[in-house]
Design a protein around this ligand. Structure first.
Ligand code: P6P
Length: 331
């Protein structure tokens, strides 16, 4: 009876990271500290998102990013918060961000890692109170430690990631990440200011009846994708599309499903960015037993040539992604 009165709060993120670090015999703690730095910035951004409507930080910032997209005030705030946390943490020598034209040298040449980040994805949803997220990838630098970061440190192929994750600022705020040993989800308890393990060893169902796609672009899709979407309708699948990649991805990770952002005539390489959207989610979904492709290649095998390059994305339950690959085989 006494036990029920004081239910345990569960494993805090810090303790979990420490426990897992003990499994890496040569771990010296830098990656663990980097994950803590990201979690800290996530808590700060979460606080600012939750009160945005009260302190006049919703709406457009009045500038465009290199993508030509209108920056929202919270895009800029989140970008500053994550860059500052990673710079101050000292583990990161370089950062690429959706909100920054060029590679950022953190001025920490001893940092062993580089980070690619979308500080706030789905920001068109901020003002309408729909879930938004942060997406990040972590790579070990390839240039010599102690020297300034170089482009080759960040332009690394996706399967070289040492960690990847996302924060989802939704009905609850979650941090989901992998370091190559499974996918683990943590839920934020704001009254304690802590993330607690809520979804250990996440695995995506092999198939489902959920598909996520902006069919408003369907007239421009490759014919094979239009045929696949007709197949989904014939199967009476459920269409679920939030307009926030992290939210759509997270639902599909839990329930199964596929997210599709095909190439279109207007965007022949698709809309989503390889380095700080597709690679991170592809690493996570593969660790959870799913699949991610650009229609021809495994996302994690696409060699990057520029910081903000785009690629089509088909990601989610293995059987569903493989069916799309089947439709595209004749493309
Ligand atoms: P569309 C948000 O801008 C984003 O990058 C993803 O979060 C989202 O899934 C997609 O773009 C929405 O794009 O063209 O459907 O509005």
């Amino acid at each position: 009876m006494q036990e029920n009165l004081a239910a345990p709060v569960g494993t805090a993120l810090d303790r979990f990271i420490h426990q897992k670090q003990e499994q890496f015999p040569f771990a010296t703690g830098e990656l663990s500290q980097l994950l803590r730095d990201i979690a800290l910035a996530g808590k700060i951004v979460n606080r600012e998102i939750n009160r945005a409507g009260l302190i006049n930080i919703t709406g457009a910032y009045g500038a465009q990013n290199i993508q030509g997209e209108e920056q929202q005030k919270l895009d800029v705030i989140a970008n500053v918060r994550f860059i500052r946390a990673l710079r101050n943490g000292g583990e990161v020598c370089g950062i690429i961000s959706e909100e920054e034209d060029e590679l950022i040298d953190t001025g920490k040449p001893e940092g062993k890692y580089v980070v690619a980040i979308d500080p706030l994805d789905g920001s068109s949803n901020i003002d309408v109170n729909v879930s938004i997220g942060t997406i990040f990838s972590v790579y070990r630098r390839v240039s010599e430690q102690g020297t300034p970061v170089e482009a080759r440190d960040v332009l690394q192929i996706g399967h070289k990631q040492v960690a990847a994750g996302y924060l989802l600022y939704g009905s609850s705020t979650m941090l989901v990440y992998t370091t190559g040993y499974g996918v683990h989800g943590f839920t934020y308890e704001p009254s304690l200011g802590e993330f607690f393990l809520s979804n250990p060893n996440m695995q995506i169902p092999a198939t489902s009846n959920i598909y996520s796609c902006n069919e408003g672009n369907a007239r421009d899709f490759p014919a094979e994708i239009t045929a696949y979407l007709d197949f989904c309708k014939d199967q009476k699948y459920s269409a679920r599309y939030i307009g926030s990649l992290v939210a759509d991805f997270h639902r599909n990770l839990l329930k199964g499903g596929i997210y599709l952002y095909p190439s279109t005539k207007k965007a022949p390489n698709g809309k989503l960015r390889l380095m700080y959207e597709c690679n991170a989610l592809a690493y996570i979904v593969e660790q959870a037993g799913g699949k991610a492709t650009d229609g021809k290649r495994r996302i994690l095998d696409i060699p990057p040539t520029e910081l903000h390059q785009r690629c089509p994305l088909y990601i989610g339950s293995t059987e569903m992604v493989e069916r799309v690959e089947g439709f595209l085989k004749n493309a």
